[in-house]
Design a protein around this ligand. Sequence first.
Ligand SMILES: [Zn+2]
Length: 67
Amino acid sequence: MKKDLIIPQTCPHCEGKGYIEIRDCSGEIQREETCFFCEGTGEFIPEKDQSRITNLDSEQEDRSIKN
Ligand SMILES: [Zn+2]
């Protein structure tokens, strides 16, 4: 992975819209909420995600060492 190459990708959570449609059980749109995943930008930076995943990984390693 090239660390210096950051390409914003379309947010998979809201499909790049920046908001999520909240629907009721009949499928009618009740309201729109800002997408928490991309914070309304419609894009997400993979780099951001990776640092989170790395943190989780090191936490899991810590746990396995203790066990
Ligand atoms: Zn989003």
